[in-house]
Structures are given as C-alpha cells and as structure tokens.
Design a protein around this ligand. Structure first.
Ligand SMILES: Nc1ncnc2c1ncn2[C@@H]1O[C@H](COP(=O)(O)OP(=O)(O)O)[C@@H](O)[C@H]1O
Ligand SMILES: [Mg+2]
Length: 370
C-alpha cells in the first residue's frame, strides 16, 4: 500500500461566526495511526473534511507527502474518507461493493478481481463475496466500507468515528481488527473519535482538541502521564483525574494548598522544584490520578469513604474530604475499606501536576537537581 505523511498548517475554518477549527497545525507520520480526539462539536470532522478536500479552509495549508494539496479537489488527493454513517450499497454483493471504485477507474478486470480478493482476504470477507451487503451485520458492513476505501489504494485513510453504531463488544473486536489491518497494510491512518479509551488503545499518537483548538499531541502514554493542560488531564483517563483548586501559601516553612477548610500539604512536592515562590498566592489547580492516591494511615489528608466502585481489578474509593471536595483513590481489592469508614490518604507526589487556574496550562517548574 502506498502511504504518505500529512501536514496540516495553521488551518482555520469558520461557519458564519463560529470558528469550527481554530489555527490547527499537526503532522502525521507515514504509516501511523493518528487520532483526533475531543468532545462532540470540537472540530474533528471539520478537520478531517479539510484534509480530504470536502471542506475548503478559510486559511492554512494541507500537505500530503510533500505536495501542497490545499487547492486540489477531493478526487485528486489520493485520500479516502470513511464516514460515521459509512454507506455500503445494500443490494450489491460484497464483491461489487469492494470493486466499485476500481470499476469507476476502469481498472482491467483481471487486476480488479485480484485486488478485490486480496482485500477480502485481509478483511476476512472472502466467504461473503457473493452475499448481498444488506444481509450482513454491522461489523462486516464496516469492513466492506474499509475494503472499498482501500481498494483504490489511497495514500491516507481518514476514518470518522467508524465504530459509533456498533455495541461495546463489537467495537472492541473491530478496534483490534482495524489496528491489525492497518499494520498489515502499513497505511497512514487518521482516525476520529470522542472516546478517549478507544483513542488510547488504537493510536500511535493522539491530538486532543477542544473548541476548535488543538491542545496537545503525543503518544497515549505521554498524554496520560504528562498532560500539558487541565482539559487534556480531565479528558483522558478513567476514573478521571482528581483536581484540587486552591491557593498556594507558605506557612511555617510548609507549602500548603488551601481552599476553605481544605488544606493539602504539598511541601514535599514543591521542595523538589525551583520557582515555587512565583506560585505563592496564586490560584492553582493540582491534578493527581486516582492510581497515584493511596490509603495511608499516616497520610496527611483525612476523609470518609463514601462510594466504593469496582474498577477492573481495583477498587475506586471516593473519599469525601470536605463539602466540595471528593478524591478518588484506586486501590488493590485487598485494601478494601467499608463505606462511611474514616480513612487517610497520601499522594505519590512524583505524579502531581500543577495547572494555572486562569490559563489552565500546566505550570512549568524547574526540577531541583538531586
Ligand atoms: N456545515 C456546517 N455549517 C455550520 N456549522 C457547522 C457545519 N459543520 C460543522 N459545524 C459546526 O462546527 C463545529 C465543529 O463541528 P464538527 O467538526 O462536526 O465537530 P466534531 O466532529 O468534533 O463533533 C460544531 O459547532 C458544528 O455545529
Ligand atoms: Mg464529528
């Protein structure tokens, strides 16, 4: 399969007064799965349509390979877009569905047949080639749509929430299949989803969007471990990251985050950084993932276990610290506590994130050499 890198440079797209895509830039490497992730309405589909050529940006450029394709119509871009409501032709056979684009391009019959069969093999549709598409289930229809798309050998595959209409179990299976197929064919793939778990499992790299803006690009692990922005921190991860808003103060040589009656001692964390003084008196938000909060009889934070949920092989204990603050701790099952039990918590301070309350950006602190 041919494949190409894609570069999007300062794309802006407006619909009337609405800025659907706001100065977005990113580069997709050859042969990777790159996912646009963000809540509904954040501009994912519009970005994908700009790359495909179906939508003309108000400003900015799109490159496929080394060519500037910004002015090219979709059919000259060598990309293929599978929509959310992917359409197969219901009364055509699977074979004719896959062959459709090749017939349009007048590919000789022998070559056409060879290509259809090869793709059917990869997508496990070989024994369905003569079946009418309408007779098949959603997973098969999805694979037909993919095969039809791949048959014309696009340099880039664009997939817009292709698993939306499948139920959870089918989605999981198809996600795995999709990755397998992509790896086999080596295609460059840009995938759109609002589902952070799907993005984490499928992608080589993820671009997180919100309100038309691109907030962060990175591998799933980078984005999870090192969110550059409060929105990203909250959007990725389940159960969601704990956040504590407050003002950083220094009292008797200790650094405390205070809000109303909630006081969190972060001295140990802050003492490993320079520039802490610059944060004193500022409103900040600290973020800590539930797996980095643990039960500790000597811990500095006291609360009451309110709700206990099973989360995979662990328990998510919701600990009420004050009227307005509940912290989640993800603990091994054998550390179970009773509901209403008083508990104390500690943080793995290595994993604490500090965000500016106003800009929501991560505060860059310089680490003290140890
Ligand atoms: N053709 C259009 N005309 C007017 N507004 C649109 C059009 N397409 C998208 N929008 C708006 O642009 C924003 C981004 O939409 P979209 O790219 O579809 O988001 P997403 O795919 O992330 O859900 C939304 O507010 C949406 O309502
Ligand atoms: Mg969309």
């Amino acid at each position: 399969m041919k494949r190409a890198k894609v570069r999007v440079v300062n794309i802006t797209k407006r619909f009337g007064d609405l800025v659907a895509v706001n100065d977005v830039s990113f580069e997709v490497y050859e042969g990777e799965i790159f996912t646009l992730l963000g809540p509904s309405g954040c501009g994912k589909t519009t970005t994908l349509r700009v790359i495909s050529g179906l939508e003309k940006p108000d400003s900015g450029k799109v490159y496929i390979g080394d060519s500037d394709v910004t002015a090219l119509p979709p059919q000259l871009r060598n990309v293929c877009l599978v929509f959310q409501e992917y359409a197969v032709f219901p009364h055509m056979s699977v074979y004719d569905n896959i062959a459709f684009g090749l017939k349009v391009r007048k590919v000789p019959k022998e070559e056409l047949s060879k290509r259809v069969r090869e793709l059917a093999e990869v997508l496990e549709l070989t024994d369905r080639l003569n079946t009418k598409a309408s007779k098949l289930g959603i997973s098969e229809q999805q694979r037909i749509a993919l095969a039809r798309c791949m048959a014309v050998e696009p340099e880039v595959l664009l997939l817009d929430e292709p698993l939306t209409f499948a139920d959870a179990k089918v989605r999981e299976k198809m996600r795995r299949e999709l990755k397998k197929i992509q790896r086999e064919l080596g295609a460059t793939m840009i995938y759109v989803t609002h589902d952070q778990l799907e993005a984490m499992m499928l992608s080589d790299r993820i671009a997180v969007m919100n309100r038309g803006r691109l907030l962060q690009v990175g591998s799933p692990i980078e984005i999870y471990d090192n969110p550059q922005n409060l929105f990203v921190a909250r959007f990725i991860g389940s159960p969601t990251i704990n956040t504590i808003e407050g003002t950083l103060v220094e009292e008797r040589g200790r650094f405390l985050i205070k809000r109303d009656e909630v006081v969190v001692d972060v001295s140990e964390f802050m003492s490993s950084y320079h520039d802490v003084e610059s944060l004193l008196g500022k409103d900040i938000v600290i973020g800590i993932r539930p797996e980095d909060v643990y039960l500790d009889v000597k811990g500095p934070i006291e609360g009451v276990a309110e709700v206990i949920e099973v989360s995979g092989e662990r328990l998510a204990i919701h600990v009420k610290i004050s009227k307005e603050l509940v912290l989640k701790a993800l603990v091994p099952v054998h550390e179970a506590v009773a509901e209403r039990e008083k508990v104390r918590l500690s943080f793995n301070l290595e994993k604490l994130h500090v965000f500016d309350k106003v800009t929501e950006e991560k505060v860059a602190l310089r680490r003290v050499k140890q």
